[in-house]
Design a protein around this ligand. Structure first.
Ligand code: PHE
Ligand code: ZN
Length: 847
C-alpha cells in the first residue's frame, strides 16, 4: 500500500531472458540506448513487465514490428506489454530510449563524472538505463556496443571488435542487470598480467584520469594478491581474459563488483606515500580484495532477491577480512573488526533502524546497505566456520560453488550446504539471519570440589517489530587460566542453544576464565568482574583479542566512573604502564590497547546500562584520562616515541605501519604535556601522509592546529582526496565547542563542492564524528545536519539517506536533546517532494 515490499511476496519472473544486446550512442544530454531482449515465456498468459524510470521511450517493437499504444501501458516505474500483444513462444523485444547522463546527479544509472561516463546499477539503477526486468534473479548474457567519441570505451566481459569511436564487449557469463557496467572517457591504464592456476592469462588494468596514473601501483599489486589468495584459500580462479578496474571521483559508495569491470571510488584506488595514510593503504587493499572476491560470491553466484543481500555481502566481507588478516595485519585484524562491529553495528541494533541481516520488508533497498547486512553478516559466516571447523567450512564452500554456480540463491541455499556437509540442523542458527538485535550474555561462575562451572543466560532486547526474541545458537569460545597466567584449559568451543545453560570443567584450583575468545559471537558479554581480574587478563590472557578486551573494559569502567566525577583508576594507569614496558608485544597491538573507547561508544555503553549519557562529561573524561596516562608515563612514552621512529623510505607494510601507529598514539598523549612541540616537529619533518596527517589531527585536537592546517591546505589544495581529509579533520577533531561554527564556516568555503559525495561526507560526516560537537546542547549540530540533508536529497537521495543515520542514537540522550532531534526529523519528513530514500529513513528514525 505504502510501497513496502515483502519477502513473502516473492514470485519468479514469468519469462526466461537468455541474451541481451545493448547499443549505446553516447551524448551527454541525449544518450540513446537500443536494447534487444530475447525472451521466452515460462508458461502461458503472462503479460510482460519491464522496469524503467526516467526514460524517454523512442520506439518499441517485437520481432521487428512496432507495438501500438493499445498493446502496452507506460507508467512512471515501467512498461507492461499486455499478454494479448505477445507472440506465442520466444520473441525479441526491441526498445530505444533516450537518457541524459549529464543531468544525473543521483549517481545511479548512467552518469557523468569530470567528463567521463560511468554507471552504477546496484541495486536498481539499470532501470534508469533501459526497460528491463531489473531484478537479480533474471540472469542473461550481455552483448554490448558502445559508440562515442572517446578514447576508452569499456563494458563487462571480454573485449570484442572495436574501431574509431566504437567498441564491442561480450560477457560469456550470465548475470543480473545490477552487475552491468559501462565506462567511457579519457582514461589511462596501469597494467599487468596474471596467470591463473589453470593457466588462463589475464590482462589487468587500473584505469584512472590522466595525472593520477602515478598512484596506481599499490592497487595493481593488491589485485594480484587478491587473485592469488582466492585461489589458495577458496580454490577460486578468475574466469575472463581481462579484469578492468576504474577509479571515479563521484561515487556514492566505496566500490562496485560489476563483472569484469569493477568501479571504485577513487579514494579506494589512488595511493602514494605522500598522499595516503597507512589506514588508507589497508582499506584500499581490503576493498580491492572485496570486489574481486565478489566475482564468485556475488557474480557467479548471486542473490535471488534483495532480501538476500547479506548472502553476497556478509560472505564477501568475511572473505576480505580473512584476506587482510592473512596478507597484512595478522591477529590484530580481529580486534579491529570486532571493535568496528561493536561501535557501529551494536549501535544500529540499539536504535530505531535495527533490522535482521536478512530483512523481510523494505521500501527502498538502498537503505539496507548497512553494517548489519555487511559486518554482522560477516560475523554470522565466522560463526558458521567456528561451528563447522576449518575443514568442513571449506567443504561446505566447495559444495556451495559446485551446487549453485550460475544461480541466484537464498540464505536457505547457503545454510543447506552447511547442513549437508556437517549433518547439523541449523534451524535455530538461522535466527541470526532472520531476527534483529544483539543478544546479551550474562555469565556467572562457581567452583566446588574440583569442578568449575560457567552458567550463561541469554536475552535479546526488543527491536522494532520484534518484541519477543527466541534463544539463539551461540558459539562461545572459552579458555581457563591459573593464577600464574598459564592455560589450564586451552580454547574450547561451547555451544549454547538454551536460554540458560551451564558448562563444567575439572580443574585443580579455581581458574580465571577467558570468555568469548576471539570474539566468537556478536554478543554483549555481561559479567561481574573485578578490576584486578581485568588487569590480570590484560597482562596474561593467551588470547590476543581477550587480552585487548580486558584493557578495553578497564578503560571503559574508569571512564564511566569519571563521567560521574571519579578520578582516573590507578589500577588502569598501572596496567597501561606495564603494557608500555612490555617490549615483547607487537607495536600494532599496543597501539590498539592505548586507544581509549570512543565517545560515541561510551555513550552507547551508558545507554545500555540504563543511564543517560552526557556528551560533554564523556568528552572531558576521555581527555582527562589521556592526560593522566601521559603524566604518569611521560618518560616511557617519550622514550618509546623516540625509539619507534621509522627510518628510510616509506613502506605501507604492517611492521613499519604498526610502529607509526604506536608512535602516533604516544604522540597524542605527549601532546597533552609538551604544548605541541613534538607534534609540530613531526608535522614539519614528515615525508609521508600518515605522519603528516597524524600530527595535524593531534594538533587540531589539542586546539593548536591553526598554522599546520593552513600549511597543509596550501600544500594540498589541488588534490581532491587529500583535501577531503582536510575538511574532515577540521571538524571531526576540533574542540567540540568550536565544531558547529567550524562546519558552518567551511560549508561556505569555495572548495566545499557539496555535490561530490566524498566532500559532502567529509564535512557533514566530520561534524557527526565529533560526538560532543554534534550533540551541542543548543541543537545547532542537529539543525546543521538536517539543513544539509534537505538540501542534498533532491540531488542525491542515496547519500542523503545514508547520512541521516547519524540521528539513529537520538533516544539515548536527555529529553531536551531528544526533542531537538525529533523536531529536525519531523522537519525532514515533512519536506515536500522528499525522496523515497530519505522519507523511509526519517520515518523509521522517528520510530
Ligand atoms: N556491492 C557493493 C559492494 O559491497 C556496494 C555498493 C552497493 C556499491 C550499492 C554501489 C551501490 O562491494
Ligand atoms: Zn560487497
Amino acid at each position: 500500500m505504502d510501497g513496502t515490499i515483502y519477502l513473502k511476496d516473492y514470485t519468479p519472473y514469468p519469462f526466461d531472458l537468455d541474451q541481451v544486446h545493448l547499443t549505446f550512442r553516447l551524448a551527454p544530454s541525449a544518450t540513446r540506448v537500443l536494447a534487444r531482449l530475447h525472451l521466452t515465456p515460462k508458461g502461458e498468459g503472462a503479460s510482460l513487465h519491464l522496469d524503467g524510470e526516467e526514460l524517454k521511450l523512442i520506439s518499441l517493437g517485437i520481432d521487428g514490428t512496432a507495438l501500438q499504444p493499445a498493446d502496452y501501458l507506460l507508467t512512471e516505474t515501467g512498461l507492461t506489454v499486455h499478454a494479448a500483444a505477445l507472440p506465442e513462444g520466444a520473441f525479441t523485444l526491441e526498445t530505444e530510449v533516450e537518457i541524459a547522463p549529464n543531468a544525473n546527479t543521483a549517481l545511479e544509472g548512467l552518469y557523468m563524472s569530470n567528463g567521463m561516463y560511468c554507471t552504477q546499477c546496484e541495486a536498481e539503477g539499470f532501470r534508469k538505463i533501459t526497460f528491463y526486468p531489473d531484478r537479480p534473479d533474471v540472469m542473461a548474457r550481455f552483448h554490448v556496443r558502445i559508440e562515442g567519441d572517446l578514447p576508452v570505451l569499456l563494458s563487462n566481459g571480454n573485449a570484442g571488435a572495436s574501431g574509431e569511436g566504437w567498441a564491442e564487449w561480450d560477457d560469456p557469463w550470465p548475470k543480473p542487470a545490477y552487475l552491468f557496467a559501462l565506462v567511457a572517457g579519457d582514461l589511462v591504464a596501469t597494467s599487468g598480467t596474471f596467470t591463473t592456476k589453470s593457466g588462463l592469462e589475464v590482462d589487468l588494468n587500473i584505469w584512472v584520469r590522466p595525472g593520477d596514473e602515478d598512484r596506481c601501483d599499490f592497487a595493481l599489486e593488491s589485485l594480484k594478491r587478491s587473485m592469488v589468495w582466492d585461489e589458495e584459500a577458496y580454490g577460486r580462479e578468475y574466469d575472463l581474459s581481462v579484469f578492468n578496474l576504474v577509479a571515479v571521483d563521484d561515487f556514492n559508495m566505496g566500490a562496485m563488483e560489476n563483472k569484469g569491470l569493477n568501479i571504485f571510488n577513487s579514494k579506494l584506488v589512488l595511493a602514494s606515500p605522500e598522499t595516503a595514510t597507512d589506514t588508507d593503504y589497508v582499506r584500499i587493499e581490503a576493498v580491492i580484495g572485496h570486489e574481486y572476491f565478489h566475482n564468485w560470491t556475488g557474480d557467479r553466484i548471486t542473490c535471488r532477491d534483495w532480501f538476500q543481500l547479506c548472502l553476497k555481502e556478509g560472505l564477501t566481507v568475511f572473505r576480505d577480512q580473512s584476506f587482510t588478516r592473512d596478507v597484512r595485519l595478522g591477529p590484530v585484524k580481529r580486534i579491529e573488526d570486532a571493535a568496528t562491529l561493536r561501535t557501529r553495528q551494536f549501535r544500529e541494533d540499539q536504535g530505531p533502524l535495527a533490522h535482521p541481516p536478512r530483512p523481510n520488508h523494505y521500501r527502498e533497498i538502498n537503505n539496507f546497505y548497512t553494517v548489519t547486512v555487511y559486518e554482522k553478516g560477516a560475523e554470522i559466516v565466522g560463526m558458521l566456520k567456528r561451528l563447522a571447523g576449518d575443514e568442513a567450512y571449506r567443504q561446505a564452500l566447495d559444495l556451495y560453488f559446485e551446487r549453485h554456480d550460475g544461480q541466484a540463491c537464498t540464505i536457505e541455499d547457503w545454510l543447506k550446504v552447511f547442513e549437508d556437509v556437517t549433518g547439523r540442523d541449523l534451524t535455530q542458527f538461522a535466527l541470526w539471519y532472520t531476527s534483529a538485535g544483539t543478544p546479551h550474555l550474562k555469565v556467572t561462575d562457581a567452583y566446588a570440589d574440583g569442578r568449575y562451572t560457567l552458567t550463561f543466560r541469554q536475552s535479546t532486547p526488543p527491536t522494532p517489530g520484534e518484541p519477543e526474541k527466541a534463544p539463539r545458537h551461540i558459539p562461545i569460545a572459552v579458555g581457563l587460566l591459573d593464577l600464574q597466567g598459564r592455560e589450564v584449559l586451552s580454547t574450547q568451543l561451547l555451544e549454547m542453544t538454551e536460554e540458560e545453560q551451564s558448562f563444567s570443567f575439572d580443574v585443580a584450583e579455581r581458574p580465571v576464565p577467558s570468555i568469548l575468545r576471539d570474539f566468537s559471537a556478536p554478543v554483549v558479554l555481561q559479567r561481574e568482574q573485578s578490576p584486578e581480574e581485568q588487569a590480570f587478563l590484560l597482562a596474561h590472557d593467551t588470547d590476543g583479542f581477550n587480552r585487548w578486551e580486558a584493557g578495553r573494559s578497564l578503560a571503559q569502567r574508569t571512564l564511566i566512573a569519571m563521567t560521574k566525577g571519579a578520578r582516573p583508576a590507578q589500577g588502569y594507569i598501572d596496567a597501561i604502564g606495564n603494557l608500555l614496558a612490555d617490549d615483547t608485544l607487537e607495536p600494532a597491538f599496543t597501539a590498539h590497547c592505548l586507544a581509549l573507547p570512543g565517545e560515541d561508544e561510551l555513550a552507547q555503553a551508558l545507554f545500555a546500562a540504563g543511564e543517560t549519557p552526557d556528551p560533554d562529561a564523556i568528552h572531558s573524561a576521555r581527555s582527562a584520562l589521556s592526560r593522566a596516562i601521559a603524566t604518569a608515563h611521560e618518560a616511557r612514552l617519550s622514550a618509546l616515541y623516540d625509539a619507534l621512529e621509522v627510518k628510510g623510505p616509506y613502506s605501507p607494510d604492517a611492521e613499519p605501519a604498526g610502529k607509526r601507529g604506536l608512535r602516533l598514539a604516544c604522540l597524542s598523549l605527549l601532546t597533552k604535556l609538551d604544548n605541541g612541540a613534538r607534534a609540530k616537529a613531526l608535522f614539519d619533518a614528515a615525508d609521508n601522509m600518515t605522519e603528516s596527517f597524524g600530527a595535524l589531527s593531534i594538533l587540531i585536537r589539542a586546539g593548536l592546529g591553526d598554522e599546520a592546517s593552513e600549511t597543509f591546505r596550501a600544500r594540498w589544495q589541488d588534490n581532491r582526496l587529500v583535501m577531503d581529509k582536510w575538511f574532515m579533520v577540521q571538524v571531526a577533531a576540533c574542540p567540540p565547542e568550536d565544531a558547529v561554527a567550524k562546519a558552518e564556516a567551511l560549508s561556505q568555503d569555495q572548495a566545499f563542492d557539496w555535490k561530490n559525495p566524498n566532500r559532502f561526507r567529509s564535512l557533514i560526516g566530520g561534524l557527526t564524528a565529533n560526538h560532543a560537537g554534534f550533540h551541542a546542547k543548543d541543537g545547532s549540530g542537529y539543525a546543521f545536519l538536517a539543513d544539509w540533508l534537505i538540501k542534498l536529497d533532491p540531488m542525491n537521495p542515496q547519500t542523503a539517506a545514508r547520512m541521516s543515520t547519524s540521528f539513529e542514537t537520538w533516544r539515548r540522550y536527555d529529553s531536551a536533546r531528544q526533542n531537538l532531534i525529533r523536531e529536525e526529523l519531523t522537519r525532514i519528513s515533512q519536506t515536500r517532494g522528499l525522496s523515497r530514500d530519505l522519507s523511509e529513513m526519517s520515518q523509521r528514525l522517528l520510530g
